[in-house]
Structure formats: structure tokens, C-alpha cells
Design a protein around this ligand. Structure first.
Ligand code: FMN
Length: 289
């Protein structure tokens, strides 16, 4: 059992192991650098980056329940210009872990504009496009729900970069695998499945989240995410898939790998326990390596 045998080539890049931190749960890595060895990870997906800074939704932004967590952070982020300054110190600090930048837009063009603004930042491995955002010019329907919109977003992004593009999809899509096919035919290099599942919880007569609606993450998502990965791989056997949703253990990671994921991202569970990803990697190395 040799350490390092978990290594794999995905998106023409060497990942020392399959474990990533999921978008939005590790910020831009700076806060976590003191509590975990980021460079021991396969990689980190940054928080969403939008063209302009976003304050996000009113508090409370997270609510726990027995199956995990409901959140409505509202894609709070400092915006493209500031992120261009935040990324280089993180990228300099890491020599082995890969950085994927999560990109959001509220119009179809915005995704490509964000990417164009990040192109001169060296060392970004791939862009993960969060297609669960509301398209403000189409009445707030999420981009990912409309195959034509998905194609246009990806084609625009494809023109803006030669870096790998990963389309991240919502588990609420009636035909997630069909949308994945549309994304890849438009030029995406990979699929991330899944984002959070829409949900709502109240306490008495008030919503538990300041925004009312939110997204479900954590253990309740595990079988949903694993099934989504299987479905995407059935339709797209040669396309790398990042499995995400509900991972809390090495066994959960194996579920995603068995379903055909090339990489596996951990979100909610490492918010509660930042040392969990390192423990999972160690266990995978000793048992599966
Ligand atoms: C607090 C929080 C913030 C998130 N922010 C983003 C984001 O900015 N972009 C994105 O694509 N997904 C975002 N997600 C979704 C996660 O990346 C992941 O897909 C989801 O939480 C399922 O994984 P988990 O069950 O391991 O948390 C966020 C999730 C949480 C809990």
C-alpha cells in the first residue's frame, strides 16, 4: 500500500488523491490554511466568483436538521477584481493541491466575463461553472434547467479560455444527465454532480433562513449525488465527473468512486470538522492505496 497510489490524471492534470473541498465551503482557502494541510488535498474548489461583489442573503444563512444542513448564503463573494488579488497568494502556497475556481453569473454572458478576468491568474486548474444560478434575464429560472441556455453559457466560456470547464448541476433537474450531455456537447470537459437540493424549513411561523428558501446539503444528499454520478457516467462514459454531496467518510467516497466519479468533493462535513478530509485521505491510502 503505497501513499500516492490514489493519484490520478483528470483534466490533463495530476491530482495526488481524489479529495477536493467543495465550492463555497472553503472560501478561498485562506481561513482554512491554519487548520488543515491544504497541500495534502487533491484540490480545493473556491467559493463562487461573480463579476461584481455580492453581500449575499440576510442572516440566518444556515440551519441544521437531522439530515444535514439548509443554507442560503446567496453566493456572497468579494467579486472578480478582489478575487484576482486573493488567488495568487493561495496558488503560491500550494505546490501539489489543485485549485478549481467556481464561477457564477446572473446573465449568460457573465460567466465568460468572469473567466476572461481570471485568465491571467496563473495556476488555475479548471473553472467549475455553477449553473444553478437564477438567470435574471429569464425570470430567475436557473441556467441549468434550460439546455439551450447551458449550451450558450458553455460556448461563451469555451471561447474565453482553454482551461478545462466543469459544469456543476443541480440534483433537482428532471433530466440531469441530459443537461450534462448538452454541456459536454457545447465544450465542457467535465461535470460536477450535485449542487444543493432546494428546501425550506420553518420554526413556528417563521422561516429558519433569512432568505426563506435554501439548499439542502449533507448526508441526505449522498444517495442523490451517487445516483446522479451514475446517470451521467452512463450517458458520458469518457467524461470526468466530480462527485459531491453528503460525503462524511472514506466509505462515502468509495460510493462515488464506484459510481464512476474521478474526483470527490467534501462540503458540509468539513465545515463542521476541517480535519475530516485529511483523515479520509489517510484511510483511503491505507485501505485502498
Ligand atoms: C455554505 C455553502 C455554500 C456553498 N456555496 C457554493 C458555491 O459558491 N458554488 C457552488 O457551486 N456550490 C456551493 N455550495 C454547494 C456545495 O459545493 C456542494 O455542492 C453541496 O453542499 C453538496 O455537498 P456536501 O453535502 O458535501 O455539502 C455551497 C454549499 C454550502 C453548504
Amino acid at each position: 500500500m503505497t501513499a500516492g497510489s490514489l493519484a490520478r490524471d483528470v483534466f490533463s492534470t495530476r491530482f495526488q488523491n481524489p479529495i477536493l473541498l467543495a465550492a463555497g465551503t472553503a472560501g478561498f482557502g485562506h481561513e482554512l490554511a491554519g487548520v488543515m494541510d491544504l497541500d495534502g488535498l487533491g484540490g480545493l474548489v473556491t467559493k463562487a466568483v461573480s463579476l461584481l461583489p455580492r453581500e449575499g442573503n440576510p442572516a440566518p444563512r444556515v440551519a441544521e436538521f437531522a439530515g444535514g444542513m439548509l443554507n442560503s448564503v446567496g453566493l456572497a463573494n468579494p467579486g472578480l477584481q478582489k478575487v484576482r488579488q486573493l488567488l495568487p497568494p493561495l496558488l503560491r502556497r500550494l505546490s501539489r493541491a489543485r485549485i478549481l475556481v467556481n464561477v457564477v453569473g446572473f446573465t449568460e454572458r457573465e460567466y465568460a466575463e468572469v473567466i476572461a478576468g481570471l485568465e491571467e491568474v496563473e495556476g488555475i486548474t479548471a473553472y467549475e461553472l455553477n449553473l444553478s444560478c437564477p438567470n435574471t434575464s429569464a425570470g430567475g429560472v436557473e441556467f441549468g434547467a434550460d439546455p439551450d441556455s447551458v449550451r450558450r453559457v458553455i460556448q461563451d466560456c469555451r471561447r474565453a479560455t482553454r482551461r478545462p470547464l466543469v459544469a456543476k448541476l443541480s440534483p433537482a433537474l428532471p433530466d440531469l444527465a441530459g443537461i450534462a450531455v448538452a454541456a459536454v456537447s457545447a465544450g465542457a470537459d467535465g461535470i460536477s454532480a450535485v449542487n444543493t437540493m432546494p428546501g425550506f424549513l420553518s420554526a413556528g411561523d417563521r422561516p429558519r433562513l433569512g432568505n426563506g428558501n435554501g439548499g439542502v446539503s449533507g448526508p441526505a444528499l449522498l444517495p442523490i449525488g451517487v445516483q446522479a454520478v451514475r446517470r451521467v457516467r452512463e450517458r458520458l462514459p469518457d467524461t470526468p465527473v466530480i462527485g459531491v454531496g453528503g460525503v462524511r467518510s472514506a466509505e462515502d467516497v468509495r460510493q462515488y468512486l464506484a459510481a464512476g466519479a474521478s474526483l470527490v468533493a467534501i462540503g458540509t462535513a468539513q465545515l463542521a470538522d476541517p480535519r475530516l478530509p485529511a483523515r479520509i485521505i489517510r484511510e483511503l491510502e491505507t485501505r485502498d492505496g
